[in-house]
Design a protein around this ligand. Structure first.
Ligand SMILES: [Zn+2]
Length: 155
């Protein structure tokens, strides 16, 4: 089995064995980022709805050929929403640490995964599916970490 071959984000030294590795992310920060994103999304939807009720609706009617009744029924919601939505920025990075370099505090309030639990592509896939169920997953750069640890086959 190939070794992890990544550097420790704390001491800067190579992590040469899976059992020496812990991958970790600040899930609290990621949760906050998602909450902030949801608030922005709601605010933008509110603004979009507001503009439909006021002058903005005329422009919509003019360029889409929709009637105001259709807009009200939400028929064109699919067209309005993409304009109103903002991308989730994957702002929270997964870090790689030596087992001895991660602090007790990080271990306690972050989301650590021991290297031996993610040392094959199969395990990495299982973790990916598991993490996708977390409310904060989209705020993290999990894909970067997986690509750093493994050479993925072409789809
Ligand atoms: Zn280290």
């Amino acid at each position: 089995m190939r070794q992890p071959n990544v550097l420790c984000d704390r001491c800067g030294q190579p992590i040469e064995r899976w059992r020496e590795l812990v991958v970790w992310c600040d899930s609290t920060k990621a949760q906050d980022a998602m909450r902030q994103y949801r608030r922005m999304e709601q605010e933008q939807e509110r603004v979009a709805e507001e503009s439909l009720k006021t002058g903005g609706a005329d422009e919509w009617l003019a360029c889409s050929g929709a009637t105001f009744a259709e807009l009200e029924r939400g028929k064109w919601a699919g067209f309005v929403r993409p304009l109103a939505s903002v991308p989730v920025v994957k702002t929270v990075s997964w870090r790689t640490f030596h087992f001895d370099c991660i602090t007790d505090e990080e271990w306690e309030w972050g989301y650590p995964i021991e290297g031996t639990r993610i040392n094959t592509l199969g395990k990495a896939l299982a973790w990916t599916l598991h993490l996708q169920g977390k409310t904060w997953y989209e705020a993290t750069d999990w894909e970067n970490l997986v690509r750093k640890l493994f050479t993925l086959p072409n789809p």
